[in-house]
Structures are given as structure tokens and as C-alpha cells.
Design a protein around this ligand. Structure first.
Ligand SMILES: NC(=O)c1ccc[n+]([C@@H]2O[C@H](COP(=O)([O-])OP(=O)(O)OC[C@H]3O[C@@H](n4cnc5c(N)ncnc54)[C@H](O)[C@@H]3O)[C@@H](O)[C@H]2O)c1
Length: 254
């Protein structure tokens, strides 16, 4: 069977659960091979065991890596190259959320969010472009959020990080386009999705399912975002770069 991502090599950061896991699963089903990363070895091994059932263990590996660690990015690309060859799709998915408004947020809390959501995505994009350029088509997909497009008073630091990802991506995409590097870089902006990030926050899923929040009246599923990532990872999207892809049940259409 010809998949939409046949022979592509991917890295998905934070791929042990939620949107990252679903994206890796969909990439494997479409014929790609690659690596998921995460901080915990146990979670990584268990995710890889599940993903190996989709495509065989030779197609999926786990590498322990905190996405905010620069040295780790250098060795991640080196290992990916040794195992599978040149990476053609990178999903900078790893992210964390915490509540806090402009008065309550401390500098420490602010820096913690930026270190993963913004520094981590910068490092991934930086080493991604350096390692992925020069092939026929390479794609970097940066996971922003509806919270990178509109403000939410209780998500101050998260808003800043996701808005930063949105514009950093445009700058990097322009550099790649103007220099013929053949690396496309786009952002994906999920609305509220049923993942541990949302389900572990009491009452959040119920509140965000209301039609005043999400006009479709229900949350999205991780597969809704994974499908967008397949499109952006494949050459079906070969003319798309520096753009924003919103999948939010109508949240930002209001
Ligand atoms: N779930 C939603 O409603 C939603 C909406 C918009 C955007 N997002 C974004 O989508 C991405 C995935 O979210 P999710 O809902 O699947 O979250 P999740 O918490 O369910 O999963 C996130 C994954 O990232 C990993 N991770 C966290 N920090 C890391 C680090 N420093 N290094 C490596 N891995 C790390 C976690 O261990 C986990 O595997 C995040 O960037 C999030 O901000 C989620």
C-alpha cells in the first residue's frame, strides 16, 4: 500500500501521549519511520511498544530527551540520522500549560513555561533547519494553540509562549523560502482536545465543550490534529509555509 508519507523519517517531540502519540501513530500508518521523544524512559518504552504494533518495531524508536536541552537536540539528530537517515518531518509538539494571570504569575513560573514551549521549539526549529535542509521537501510543524491567537486572562505565560511560536515560525519559514533550503515551517493551532493536558484539569473539558466556548459543542480528538500534521508533513502541502493551520471546532471564528 502506498502511504502519504512513504519513506519519510520523522521526529515527534513529547510523543508518548496525547497529540504527539496520535501524530506518530498516524505517521506510521502512512508509511513513515521515526522517533518519539519524551523525558521519562518508562512512558517512552510503553508508547513505543504500542506504536510498534502499528508498523513493526524497526520503524519506531524512543529517545529520552527534554526538548529544552540544547545538547540533547544535537545528539537527537545524530542518532536519528544513524538509525533512519535524514529527517524529513519534525513536529515540535512537546509543551506544558499552567494557569496564572498577569498579577499572580511569578518570574519562575513564566520562565518554566517559556523554556519548554518557546526555547524548546526554537531549538527544535534551529537544529531542524540545519539538519533537514537540502532535500526535496522537508517540513517542520510547530505546535502552537488557539492560545497563540487569542488571549485568555488565566493563561498569561502560555499565551506568550504560543504567540511567540507563531511569529518565530514565520521568520524561520521566510529564511528557508528565500534561501531555497526546501524546509517548510508552519504552525498548528489546536482548540481544546481530549488529551491528558486537558483531562487532568478538573472541569475544563466540560466548560470548553459549551457552545459559547467551542461552537461545535464538543472537544476535538488527538486524531483531528494528527490528520493536519499528516497533511503538513506530506508533499500535499508543498506550497504552504509560514502559515497558521487552525483546528478548533470554531473557537476562534467567534
Ligand atoms: N490538548 C489541548 O487542548 C491542546 C490545545 C492546544 C495546543 N496544545 C498543544 O499541543 C501539544 C501537545 O499537547 P497535549 O494536549 O498532547 O499534551 P499532553 O500533556 O497530553 O502531552 C504532552 C507531551 O509532551 C511531553 N513533554 C512535556 N514537556 C516536555 C519536555 N520538556 N521535553 C519533552 N517532552 C515533554 C509530555 O511528557 C507529553 O508526552 C502541546 O504543545 C500543547 O501545548 C494542546
Amino acid at each position: 500500500m502506498v502511504g502519504r508519507l512513504n519513506n519519510k523519517v520523522f521526529i515527534v517531540t513529547g510523543g508518548t501521549k496525547g497529540i504527539g502519540f496520535s501524530t506518530a501513530e498516524m505517521f506510521l500508518k502512512e508509511g513513515a519511520s521515526g522517533i518519539i521523544t519524551g523525558r521519562g524512559i518508562e512512558a517512552g518504552q510503553s508508547a513505543v511498544a504500542q506504536l510498534a504494533k502499528v508498523a513493526g518495531e524497526e520503524h519506531i524508536k524512543f529517545i529520552q530527551h527534554d526538548s529544552s536541552n540544547e545538547e540533547g537536540w544535537i545528539s537527537l539528530f545524530k542518532k536519528a540520522n544513524e538509525i533512519f537517515g535524514q529527517v524529513s518531518i519534525l513536529v515540535n509538539n512537546a509543551g506544558i500549560a499552567a494557569r496564572g494571570d498577569i498579577e499572580s504569575t511569578t518570574l519562575e513560573e513564566w520562565r518554566k513555561i517559556q523554556s519548554v514551549n518557546l526555547d524548546g521549539v526554537f531549538l527544535g526549529t534551529h537544529y531542524g533547519v540545519i539538519n533537514m535542509k537540502g532535500q526535496k521537501d522537508a517540513s517542520i510543524i510547530n505546535m502552537s494553540s488557539i492560545e497563540g491567537l487569542v488571549g485568555e486572562p488565566q493563561l498569561l505565560a502560555y499565551n506568550a509562549s504560543k504567540g511567540g511560536v507563531r511569529l518565530m515560525t514565520k521568520s524561520a519559514a521566510l529564511h528557508c523560502a528565500l534561501n531555497d533550503l526546501n524546509v517548510r515551517i508552519n504552525t498548528v493551532h489546536p482548540g481544546y482536545i481530549t488529551t491528558p493536558m486537558v483531562e487532568n484539569s478538573p472541569g475544563l473539558a466540560e466548560y470548553q465543550s459549551s457552545r459559547t466556548q467551542t461552537p461545535m459543542g464538543h472537544l476535538g480528538e488527538p486524531e483531528d490534529i494528527a490528520n493536519m500534521c499528516v497533511f503538513l508533513g506530506s508533499e500535499e502541502s508543498k506550497f504552504a509555509t509560514g502559515a497558521e493551520f487552525i483546528v478548533d471546532g470554531g473557537y476562534t471564528a467567534k
